[in-house]
Structures are given as structure tokens and as C-alpha cells.
Design a protein around this ligand. Structure first.
Ligand code: Z15
Length: 829
């Protein structure tokens, strides 16, 4: 394939591409060659970043031949490709994952050692690509790992943000954001292909024209940008498959031509170029609260239009009959961010490929499926008709036409129920005319899925109720999953070794085999070894924290972790109330310090930079932590740690060390959660509400091995209906009152009562997420946790059962569910 158009005669050019020898010598040779000829340094003059880059290039070299093969096969095989469309991929570090996938870890370690290099030092300099915010982006990364491991032809499409999620620092306990210049030290894992760039257009107007007697519409855009693809390898685990993650970067076109641009002004013209390149400049840092900014819509259209064009032009064979598109591709919409792809495919099929509208719509409906990740009304994206019409005038026309046909169908099925029509319309009227992207996705998609059983049920019952009545079969559930390669095998090598010794190595790709550990939960020797692994993981985390300049862990403490984005619905505040209440109990003498289980409360969370309340909560956690951790009356029994800049890399150290997993969102608010799965899989016990995937975790691990508390979703609804007054709970619960009063008194703000006043009044007079209503139940559950932890043998047994029963939460299983229920695609050999 290398040689198709050329007519080579050299025997080397005729030979297939081969990987370097899979031996220590072969690896060392390639590594030194890359150091010399790609990095341009000798071993003795190299620094650790040179060594990292040369090592990364070497790993790449081993994967390259397989990558060529798999891309060539994609064209010739008739198999269906999964095109995962996602604005975010929160990948985490690549080196270790790729070494593992290619079975090169030991070889590389030894080869570098023979070069005098400690591979751990090299590992540590990799900057993770943080091209996502939180759960949704990390889920996309887990899914492409599983699809590669299962040999499913997949292309992940997204955006190559120049700046990923911001770096978080604390100044006086408050979050400050710094830009994430992740590309500064080089980017060894991706390959630019400027020759495969797509031109993406914006704005302008539409017009009709006579096309040999047929009236057609065309879009006359006003400006455009180039979308340059950067390909990343996505290697499967031990199966020799290498899929592609294709991320788009915006580059100015030569003919960049804003109507405001005056061609005589050179400096102005260069400025105009940077305007175009802004499109892929930075990831929007809001997780589940979109801001409706024009640049964000530009980003969405930019990557989706480039991806659809790329698939049709470059992945499918030339002269492909587009009637057959649904047999060759499924475009999976990861939330509403890529939904503008629906009118884009219609525009391509109708305006460019000149298909009839009805035929194009039939194809489009089969080619898309939609995953919804939220229930929060403020997270459902809408775009004002005004903005969308200005930026994408043809797409707005297409959306109107889709809506007209859809509302006609509603009338046919349900009669002229004007209220129903208004409620179901893709176009909302209040507070301004807008396009409801979730509705557009639901109308267009062949399937709509939620991400946990409860979430999918609530979608059917509330958020998308009328649509579920109209098309009951369109709705389905696929409970999320996480990749056991990164989050068990790599993150927890000691537990992995223990499991492999007990069960053999197959669990890494067949996680249900962890069931085999159930029997060992009753084996005292195994429990002892399991506990030793947990203790070693805590020491390892402690060293990681110390190396970052954070406080290390105290011996003998229970490690109680809450690691997730900072959001009011997740209720970090409820956790703080528990800490403050325990602290207040000790200092007031009502609690005997000897009766308190020593605990370290560890938080990891970023707040969206514009989310004021979330930032105040961060400040409160740090302020409480400072006072509580230092107060001698507590005798070191309570420690609060909040290492800054929680990310995938830090998660990989925290999760294996955790004893207790805090999953305490208000029931009905967390769509699924995936940290909950990672923690259970690593032997943490969960204290949690009946929300998201917690419900399924509890069902699987058993009530005895899970600390349930709080209102159920129907109870939440009932309390709202009855009229929720948080101050009643404050008045009626002495512990709650004392905890809130202590915060209000300025005890954590140097006597200044104003600092946390907005937070306290929010709790007392609003409390949208009902922290006060669940407080008592939460404290009771924490007492059960303390009691359970006191019996270490029983605790360890429960921890083992959590591991043994978490196999269901592998993203491999999630991918099988998508393949069977939604994609109707299959692995290839
Ligand atoms: C995001 O991370 C999630 C939902 C969203 O709507 C957006 Cl915009 C970002 C999260 C959910 O909050 C979480 O419950 C879920 O586990 C995750 O997506 C993956 O489905």
C-alpha cells in the first residue's frame, strides 16, 4: 500500500513495514537511534525530556506496522466503523498504557536501564493530554481503549485543543487557573496530516439555483478555516490492533477572507489568521454547564463537519454509494456537543451529493445514535436561533425542515395537541427562540441511551418523556464502564499481580473473572495479602503527594476520598458538614477523641472558572482543612488533604489507595458516575446515595458491602412537592446547627463572618441539592463506616467482595452493549 502509485525497484521499498526486534537489544538500538536522529542529542548530552520523547518514538515504532495494516483494512473490509464523535477525550498519560498494550514494559525498562536510565524518572515527565473536563471525556477515552482491545474498527473524532483543562493552583485556599500548555515539551503521540486537511465554512447566506431543471439550495459561506487532522494511535491490549483517534486543529486558510478584512492591511490580515486558529485554541472548562458562547458552537461544527467529510472522502472507498452509508458507519453522539452533525450530514447528502430529502433523512437517521449524560436542565444545550442562523444559515434551514416534518408526525400520532407540539418542538420559544440540541438528537438518532439504569429510566419518565411515548423502542440503557487496563492493571500493579496469581491473567480482558476472588474473601491468608497491597498503595500515594509538595498521609488512617468535579449537585458541601460536625464534636467535648476513627479526607476537584459557588466551596474545604488538620485537640485524628490540580495521573495514585469512596450526589442528579466504579474495582467501599450507577454497584456488591444513605429519587420528588424548607432541618438537628453555626461564626476564616456567608445562606434558604435534608442520614451512615472499619478483618473481606463483584463495570462490557443494542457492529479478525 506504501507503494501503490510509486514504482519502486529497491527491495527495501518493496518489503512490508516491520517493527523493530522485540528484544532488549532491538529496543535499545531503536531508542538510541531515535535519541540521536530524531531528538538530535547523544545519550550523554540528553536530558530526561529528550529521553522521554525518544522512548515514546520507540514505542510508536513498534506499533506503526500494525497501525498501517488496520487502516488499510478499514478501506477494503466491508465492516462497519464506529465513529465516536466527542468534544472531549481525557486521555491521561500515554507512555505506560502503550508500553503495556504492546507488551514492551519489561523490555523497555531493561533497555533503558542498560543505557543508565531509570524509566520511572522518564515516566514522570510526561504531561497528560487533558483534553476533557471530567466524566464524559474520560468515558470517551475508556471506550476507545475497549474498542481497540476488542478489535472493533473505530475512529475517535475530536478536537486537538492547544490548551486542555486548566492547571489548578491554590492561593490562600482559593482556586487560581493557569493555562495548560501541554504541547510545549513536544507531542510524540500524534501525527499531523496537513495534506488531509478539510476546509470548514461558516456564516454567509443561502440561495436557490436551477440545477438542470431541479431547484436546489446552496450555502454561500463568508469565511472558512482549515481543519488539519492529527492522528493518534489507540493500541488494543495484547491484540496487535491499533485504532485511530483523529483530532482536528484549526489553521487559517490561505484565502482567509473576512468581509471586514481590508486587503491592504498586512498586519490586520495576520490578525485575521489568528482569529481562525482560535477555534481549536482552548477547551471550554465547564463540565455540564455550557455557556452558549459562539466560539463553542464554532468548535462543535468545526470538528463534526471535518469528521463527516473525512469519513466519506478518506475512509470510505472512492465512488462509494452513499445509500449504503448506514452499513458502513455509525456516528455516536457523545452528548449534545456533536449534534450539529445531523444537519451537516443532511446538507452534504442533499446539497452536495444531490440526494432526495427523504432518502437523505432515512440514511441520516440510521447513521446517528445519541448518548445523553445528564438530567440537569441547565446542562441541556440550546443554541439561540439568532446565533445559529448567523453562523450556520443552511443548517438552521435544515433544522426547521426536520422539525416541520417531525411535528407533522406528532400531529398524526397524537392529534392537534398544541401544548404537546410546543413541548416537543426542536425549536423552543422561551426565553428566546432556540434550538434544543437534545431534542434534535432524539428525533434524528436511531437510538437514545442514558448511562446508568436509573438515569435511563428518568430520561424516559421526565426529560424525554413525550419522545419515549412516541418511540418506546428508541430508548435504551447502557450503563457506563471503565477500562480495567488503565484503572486496575496500570494503576494498581500490586493488586493486579495478586489477582493474576489467584486467577490467571485473563481478567484484564474478561473482567467478570474477578468473581473468582469471592471464594478468597474467606481466606485469611489472602485477606492479609490484600490488606498489605492496600497499605503499600497508601505509602505509594504518600510518596507521590510528597513529591508534588503536598502533605503526605498519616499511618493508620482510613483514607476517605471524594474525587470528582466540584459541583453543587455532587455535594462536596455535605462532606464538609460531616468533617466540621466531627471536629466540632471533638473540640466541644461531646465526642471522645479516642472513639473517633482516624481519617484522612482527601479531595480532588476542579471548579469551572466562572462557577462562583463552586469556588467558594473549594475555599471552604481548604479553610476547614487548615484549621482541623492543625488543631491539637483533635490529636491528629482528622486530616484534610486537597492536592491541587486533580487529573487522571493523580487519580491513578489515589484510587488504589482509597478505603472509602464518597458518592453522595442528590438522588436523581448524577447520571452515572464512573469514579464510583474505579474505586469499587480497587477495593474501596462506597458510602453513597441511590443515584446513578451507585444503584447498580450496590446491587452487585451487596448491601452489606455498601453504605447507603439519603433520600431516594422519589423521596426527593416528594419533598420538593411538599415544599422543602432547609431551615427546618437546621432548626431540628442540633449537630447540623452546630456545624453550620461554626462555619458562619468565622471559625474557619480568621473570625471573618462574611467570607462564607453566601455559602451558609445558600444552604439555609435555598439548598437546591438538599444537603441539609440528607445530613442526618449521612452522619448515621458515617457512624456505620467507623464501626465497620474498626473490624479490619471484616472490612478487608468486604473490600475483596467489592473487587470480585465489579467486573460488570468494565468498559469492555459497555462496548458489547453498544455493539449489540445500538451500533449493530462487530469485531473484525
Ligand atoms: C460530564 O462529565 C457529564 C455529563 C455531562 O452532561 C457533561 Cl456536559 C459532562 C458526566 C456525568 O455528570 C456523569 O454522571 C457521567 O458518569 C459521565 O458524564 C459519563 O457518562
Amino acid at each position: 500500500d506504501n507503494t501503490s502509485e510509486l514504482r519502486p525497484t529497491h527491495p527495501l521499498a518493496l518489503a512490508p513495514v516491520v517493527a523493530p526486534a522485540a528484544s532488549v537489544d532491538g529496543f535499545a538500538k531503536q531508542f538510541l537511534q531515535n535519541l540521536n536522529f530524531d531528538q538530535g542529542v547523544t545519550l550523554s548530552s540528553s536530558d530526561v525530556n529528550d529521553q522521554y520523547l525518544a522512548l515514546a518514538y520507540t514505542v510508536r515504532d513498534y506499533l506503526m506496522a500494525r497501525w498501517f495494516d488496520d487502516r488499510a483494512k478499514q478501506k477494503t473490509q466491508q465492516a462497519k466503523t464506529v465513529c465516536y464523535l466527542s468534544a472531549e477525550y481525557l486521555l491521561g498519560r500515554q507512555l505506560d498504557n502503550n508500553l503495556l498494550a504492546a507488551r514492551l514494559t519489561d523490555i523497555a525498562t531493561e533497555a533503558l536501564a542498560q543505557c543508565g536510565i531509570d524509566i520511572d524518572a522518564v515516566r514522570a515527565v510526561e504531561i497528560e493530554p487533558g483534553l476533557g473536563n471530567g466524566g464524559l471525556g474520560r468515558l470517551a477515552a475508556c471506550f476507545i481503549d475497549s474498542l481497540a482491545t476488542m478489535s472493533v474498527p473505530t475512529i475517535g473524532y475530536g478536537i486537538r485543543y492547544e490548551y486542555g483543562i486548566f492547571r489548578q493552583a491554590f492561593a490562600d485556599g482559593q482556586q487560581v487557573e493557569q493555562p495548560d500548555a501541554w504541547l510545549r515539551m513536544g507531542s510524540p503521540w500524534d501525527f499531523a496530516h496537513p495534506e488531509a486537511a478539510q476546509t470548514i465554512s461558516f456564516a454567509g447566506h443561502t440561495e436557490t439555483y436551477d440545477d438542470e431543471g431541479v431547484e436546489r439550495t446552496r450555502w454561500v459561506p463568508e469565511w472558512n478555516v482549515l481543519a488539519v487532522p492529527y492522528n493518534m494511535m489507540v493500541p488494543g491490549y495484547h491484540n496487535g490492533r491499533v485504532n485511530t483517534l483523529r483530532l482536528w486543529r484549526a489553521v487559517a486558510t490561505n484565502a482567509f477572507d473576512l468581509h471586514t478584512f481590508n486587503s491592504g492591511d498586512y498586519v490586520e490580515s495576520v490578525r485575521a489568521q489568528t482569529f481562525a486558529e482560535n477555534i481549536s485554541k482552548v477547551l471550554y472548562p465547564e463540565d455540564s454547564t455550557p455557556q452558549g458562547k459562539e466560539l463553542r458552537l464554532q468548535q462543535q461544527y468545526f470538528f463534526v463537519a471535518a469528521s463527516i467529510a473525512d469519513f466519506i472522502d478518506n475512509v470510505l472507498p472512492d465512488d462509494f454509494d452513499l445509500e449504503g452509508l448506514p452499513e458502513r458507519v455509525i456516528f455516536q453522539l457523545n452528548d449534545t456537543h456533536p449534534v450539529i452533525g445531523v444537519p451537516e450530514l443532511m446538507r452534504v447528502l442533499v446539497d452536495e451529493k444531490k440526494l432526495e430529502w427523504d432518502a437523505a433523512w432515512a440514511i441520516t437517521q440510521k447513521c446517528f445514535a445519541y448518548t445523553c449524560h445528564t438530567l440537569l436542565p441547565e446542562a441541556l444545550e440550546v443554541w439561540s436561533v439568532d446565533l445559529l442562523g448567523r453562523l450556520l444559515p443552511r443548517h438552521l434551514e435544515i433544522i426547521y425542515r426536520i422539525n416541520d416534518a417531525f411535528l407533522l408526525q406528532v400531529r398524526e400520532q397524537f392529534g392537534d395537541d398544541e401544548l404537546l407540539i410546543r413541548n416537543m418542538s426542536i425549536i423552543g420559544e422561551h426565553p428566546y427562540r432556540s434550538v434544543r440540541m437534545a431534542y434534535l438528537a432524539t428525533v434524528a438518532g436511531s437510538k437514545v441511551n442514558g448511562v446508568a439504569e436509573l438515569h435511563s429510566q428518568l430520561l424516559r419518565d421526565n426529560v424525554l418523556k413525550d419522545f419515549a411515548t412516541m418511540w418506546p423502542d428508541k430508548f435504551t440503557n447502557v450503563t457506563n464502564g471503565v477500562t480495567p487496563r488503565r484503572f486496575l492493571r496500570l494503576a494498581n500493579p500490586d493488586l493486579s499481580a495478586l489477582i493474576t496469581e489467584a486467577l490467571g491473567a485473563g481478567w484484564t480482558v474478561d473482567l467478570e473473572r474477578l468473581r473468582g476472588l469471592e471464594a478468597l474473601a474467606d481466606d485469611a491468608d489472602f485477606r492479609e495479602r490484600f490488606a498489605a497491597v492496600k497499605a503499600a498503595n497508601k505509602r505509594r500515594l504518600s510518596r507521590v503527594l510528597e513529591a508534588r509538595g503536598d502533605t503526605p498521609l498519616d499511618d493508620g488512617h482510613m483514607l476517605d476520598v471524594m474525587i470528582k468535579r466540584l459541583h453543587e449537585y455532587k455535594r462536596q458541601t455535605l462532606k464538609v458538614l460531616h468533617i466540621v460536625s466531627t471536629y466540632e464534636g471533638i473540640v466541644s467535648g461531646r465526642l471522645d477523641v479516642d472513639d473517633v476513627q482516624a481519617r484522612t479526607f482527601l479531595f480532588g476537584a476542579k471548579a469551572a472558572p466562572g462557577y462562583g459557588m463552586a469556588k467558594r466551596i473549594i475555599h471552604l474545604i481548604n479553610a476547614v482543612g487548615e484549621v482541623v488538620s492543625a488543631d491539637e485537640r483533635v490529636q491528629g485524628k482528622l486530616k484534610v488533604l486537597y492536592p491541587a490540580n486533580y487529573n487522571v495521573t493523580l487519580a491513578e495514585s489515589i484510587i488504589p489507595a482509597a478505603d472509602l469512596s464518597e458518592q453522595i450526589s442528590l438522588a436523581g442528579k448524577e447520571a452515572s458516575g464512573t469514579g464510583n466504579m474505579k474505586l469499587a474495582l480497587n477495593g474501596a467501599l462506597t458510602i453513597g446515595t441511590d443515584d446513578g450507577a451507585n444503584v447498580e454497584i450496590r446491587k452487585l456488591v451487596g448491601d452489606d458491602n455498601f453504605f447507603l444513605f439519603g433520600m431516594s429519587e422519589p423521596e426527593v420528588e416528594a419533598l420538593w412537592a411538599e415544599g422543602y424548607r432547609p431551615s427546618d432541618f437546621y432548626q431540628q438537628d442540633d449537630d447540623l446547627r452546630r456545624a453550620i453555626d461554626l462555619i458562619a461564626s468565622g471559625a474557619f476564616s480568621g473570625g471573618d463572618r462574611t467570607v462564607f456567608e453566601p455559602l451558609v445562606s445558600n444552604l439555609l434558604y435555598d439548598d437546591r441539592f438538599m444537603a441539609l435534608a440528607d445530613f442526618r442520614s449521612y452522619l448515621d451512615a458515617q457512624d456505620r463506616v467507623d464501626a465497620a472499619y474498626a473490624d479490619q478483618d471484616a472490612w478487608v473481606r468486604a473490600a475483596i467482595l467489592n473487587v470480585a463483584r465489579s467486573g460488570y463495570f468494565s468498559s469492555d462490557r459497555a462496548m458489547r452493549d453498544y455493539l449489540d443494542r445500538i451500533w449493530h457492529a462487530a469485531p473484525v479478525s
